[in-house]
Design a protein around this ligand. Structure first.
Ligand code: GDP
Length: 422
């Protein structure tokens, strides 16, 4: 049984052109190819990766792609405490026309990286996605991308997130250098500078003392960060007034995590996915601050015959309940129904009840999409996301469940034609 606390189901939401594709590519490349855990998959070198991707042409447009991340580390290098985290990255389409699709994905993810362009800041689609994330109470981390571009301004974007989106945006970093000269960040938790190593393409980093001309500004923003999170953490607040130097890094992380998960703050980071600076640091923040499936509320649904409210906990021992959120056709596998398993356990080859159609269907295979391969898996359990092969009739928003424990999970009632295969 997988440790659900090490699972993260998250999306990357952005206005078109802010760099979502580039960021996703960086994540998949590093998690899938030269993962810090030390696995090198299928002997593929980093340089082949784009070529392979073109051939397969699927992963990045996949509704959910899975990868692993090693955390915590010491400046990117593993330590005895390092664990393997499991990520499912759920696609949240960036184009306004796909608002309904964004809504569907919001439904199944537990957290979001809200990506902004450091030049363009909050744009119309960022506002739309933000409102949808509010509706589904999705905790967020802000990542201000394109820090290497001319006119990039991290703190301007932080101010916009506050003013235009009404969020308590709290910087965790300050950029060192700007535009062409963007070198790294000051980490306001460790109060050290971070310079990502070019040799490892940003996988590891060096720590440097805070540049002298930034010291005062860094102290001010550090104070701002501690004040902002202490408001939600009594113990931290007490230390803040008694002896701020006694506050440990872990206490700050824990306070940020709590405030982020209960939607009180949005931690803000910055980088350049193009130059691959800061993407890895943002993934560490996904592990640190975004919720796991056990940190979110158990899903509610209704008994299809009585209308009575039912609850399913994220526990493999509960009856199986899942929600189909995207139907896609894959050139290699055929029709795939992406679903999130909220509770229970499902073996490949077994039957599920589609509550809407009232039909039992056999799931011949369960697939996971990775950066450079699609893997059939033997079973899926609570908290995880995968794609099912073998459905005759399914549509987005359908609940799939154990026939002896029928449940309808909250449905969004998005009109869509039923896909039937003859
Ligand atoms: P998407 O529409 O959000 O998926 O954006 P893309 O990832 O396709 O990026 C849009 C354009 O911005 C592409 O030309 C990228 O190469 C470029 N881009 C993305 N991230 C960065 C960055 O951090 N710095 C710079 N200078 N360009 C970037």
């Amino acid at each position: 049984m997988a440790d659900l606390r090490l699972q993260r189901n998250f999306g990357i939401a952005a206005h078109i052109d802010a760099g979502k594709t580039t960021t996703t590519e960086r994540i998949l490349r590093y998690t899938g190819m030269i993962h810090r855990i030390g696995e090198v998959h299928e002997g593929a070198a980093t340089t082949d990766w784009m070529e392979q991707e073109k051939e397969r042409g699927i992963t990045i447009t996949s509704a959910a792609v899975s990868c692993q991340w090693a955390f915590p580390t010491d400046k990117g290098t593993q330590t005895p405490d390092t664990k393997k985290y499991y990520f499912n990255i759920i696609d949240t389409p960036g184009h306004v026309d796909f608002t309904v699709e964004v809504e569907r994905s919001m439904r199944v993810l537990d957290g979001l990286i809200a990506l902004f362009s450091a030049v363009d800041g909050v744009e119309p689609q960022s506002e739309t996605v933000w409102r949808q994330a509010n509706r589904y109470s999705v905790p967020r981390i802000g990542f201000v991308n394109k820090m290497d571009r001319s006119g990039a301004d991290f703190l301007m974007v932080v101010a916009q997130v506050k003013e235009m989106l009404g969020a308590k945006a709290v910087p965790l970093q300050l950029p060192i250098g700007a535009e062409d000269n963007f070198k790294g960040v000051v980490d306001l938790i460790t109060m050290k500078g971070i310079i990502w190593d070019d040799a490892t393409e940003g996988m590891t980093y060096k720590e440097i003392p805070i540049p002298a001309d930034m010291q005062a500004e860094a102290e001010e923003w550090r104070q701002n960060l501690i004040e902002a999170v202490a408001e939600y953490d009594d113990k931290l607040l007490e230390k803040f007034f008694d002896d701020p130097t006694s506050i440990s890094e872990n206490e700050v992380h824990e306070a940020i995590r709590k405030a982020c998960i209960d939607l009180s703050i949005v931690p803000m980071m910055c980088g350049s996915s193009f130059k691959n600076k800061g993407v890895q640091t943002a993934l560490d923040a996904v592990c640190r601050y975004l919720p796991s499936p056990v940190d979110i509320e158990a899903i509610k649904g209704t008994d299809p015959s009585t209308g009575e409210e039912l609850v399913r906990k994220p526990d493999p021992k509960e009856p199986f309940a899942a929600l189909a959120f995207k139907i896609m056709t894959d050139p290699f596998v055929g029709r795939l129904a992406f679903f999130r398993c909220y509770s229970g356990h499902l073996d490949a080859g077994s039957y599920v009840l589609n509550v809407r159609s009232g039909k039992k269907e056999r799931i011949s295979r369960i697939m996971k999409m990775f950066a450079n391969k699609q893997n059939p898996i033997d079973f899926i359990e609570a908290g995880d996301i995968a794609a099912a092969v073998g459905f005759k009739e399914i549509k987005t928003g359908d609940t799939l469940c154990d026939e002896n424990h029928p449940i309808t999970l909250e449905n969004m009632f998005i009109p869509e034609p039923v896909i039937a295969i003859a």
